[in-house]
Write a protein that binds this ligand. Sequence first.
Ligand code: SAM
Length: 306
Amino acid sequence: MEQDITKIIPKFLKEKLEKQYGEEISKKIIEGYTKKRKVTLRVNTLKSSVEKIEEELRKNGIEYEKVKWSKEAFIIKNVREKEIQALEIYEKGEIYLQSLSSMLPPIILNPKEGKDILDMAAAPGGKTTQIAALVNNKANITACEINNIRVERLKYNLEKQGAKCVYVMQVDSRKIDDFFSFDQILLDAPCSGSGTLKLENGKINENFTEKLIQKSTKSQMALLRKAIKILKPGQEMVYSTCSILQEENENIVKNVLAPGKVEITPINFQEKEELPLLPTKIEETLCVCPNNEYEGFFIAKIKKVK
Ligand code: SAM
């Protein structure tokens, strides 16, 4: 007998989704939670090339699809993570297992060589290593992480991926000294994870509670305020979460916007039509709908005008 998935979703989440998106889109989101996501990976151009990885995958009988918006992104068709992790190219850090949605914030940040770049919530380092690859190790990246266990994971991944231009700080990023300033900032904020929920074995992640959402919004607000403070005037930052709830996304961003001082920068992403997008309350921000290829994700680009 088929399970009624709407009964597994916590009542508060169903209500929030329906209030924000209406019944039809909420149904699509909830359906997205039930999908087994395809394995996806990013080619680490610091250690390898797209051509070499294609050859290695073919040699190992691994079928893949390419993604239109990034030549480094691959969708794996016939094996799971375990089989990828057994490959030499994985062991050597030539590829990184990363969800497609989570590759978007660094691409949208568009990091530049020679700049001072801050990653405010960095572990385990998927986006930090991607930024390092995008600038070909030729920028000064500061990667901050509050959690001492996760900071070790971050260091391990940086080493494995050959990201040599990264300085790691174990710190509460809300307390970074205002004396510092950066040309580009990524704030991939801690969140409830409402975009990545999985409805498996008739259960949903027990840690997903209303309290977690409240705790996340508090920390997101403080982190974003700090980011704006230490971003150099005239420069841009990216705020992202793997949540699709307005209270963790648009509401947080709206709080720091001030015409003439802090403004939204339209996201210039050519292949938007390739993404399963949800409506957002701030024009020119992106919210990705969870499905069998993408995690739910929110991305805003913000400019500190002065
Ligand atoms: N950007 C990471 C990546 O792509 O691999 C994922 C980051 S995860 C969404 C958020 C991270 O922020 C967690 O590792 C968490 O421990 C860390 N964090 C939470 N609060 C923080 C704070 N106040 N300062 C620094 N890091 C924090």
